[in-house]
Ligand binder design. Structure first.
Ligand SMILES: [Cu+2]
Length: 196
């Protein structure tokens, strides 16, 4: 399975060179591990100047024997980070905060546009394509793990190098097409344009 082999390659690279290449435009997203948890291909999308919010995505796999879950997130680029999903409500796809994101053995959690994501709320500056920034994910059991997120172009649907041939499983009922990320201002009272 492609995602697993990618994660393994990234783990091997990290083991050989534990230092993150911070502040350098990264062609390929880095991965990070905490215990039996691997976070592969963390990525985000460039945001327009003045955009209030961004989002980040990744694939979390669990090579251990016990279920774990992401219970919190934070990043220095945003005032706060929340765990979100999209839900179909009254025929409209809306973002909703979730308490946790399960990462169970054999069931990778795939965060992607139109589905689960880490919402970066109150961006301190725009996310620029090619830049990287840290996001810390806190697991209930594995504890905190910081990943270096690579910013892809605005509207990107996948991390760089994985856009072609990557299956995009439908987790949402109601015919939400990949790429059909409807404008969503529901949880933004001040109503700036939503760019993720
Ligand atoms: Cu959101």
């Amino acid at each position: 399975m492609k995602l697993f082999s990618t994660a393994l390659v990234f783990s091997a690279l990290l083991a050989a060179a534990p230092a993150f290449a911070q502040g350098k435009p990264a062609a390929a997203a880095a991965a990070a591990t905490a215990g039996s948890i691997t976070i592969a291909a963390p990525w985000s999308r460039a945001t327009a100047p003045g955009a209030a919010n961004g989002a980040c995505f990744f694939v979390a796999t669990n090579a251990g024997g016990e279920a774990d879950r992401i219970v919190a997130a934070s990043s220095p680029v945003a005032q706060k980070a929340e765990l979100h999903t999209h839900r179909q409500e009254d025929g409209v796809m809306k973002m909703r905060q979730v308490e946790a994101i399960d990462v169970k053995p054999g069931e990778p959690a795939t965060l992607r546009p139109g589905g689960l994501h880490v919402m970066l709320m109150g961006l301190k500056e725009p996310l620029k394509q090619g830049a990287t920034f840290p996001v810390t994910l806190t697991f209930a059991k594995a504890g905190p793990v910081t990943v270096e997120v690579t910013v892809q172009e605005a509207g990107a649907m996948a991390p760089g190098g994985m856009a072609h041939g990557q299956p995009m499983p439908h987790q949402m009922p109601g015919g939400h097409a990949p790429g059909g990320h409807a404008p969503m201002g529901q949880h933004q009272p001040q109503n700036p344009p939503m760019k993720h």
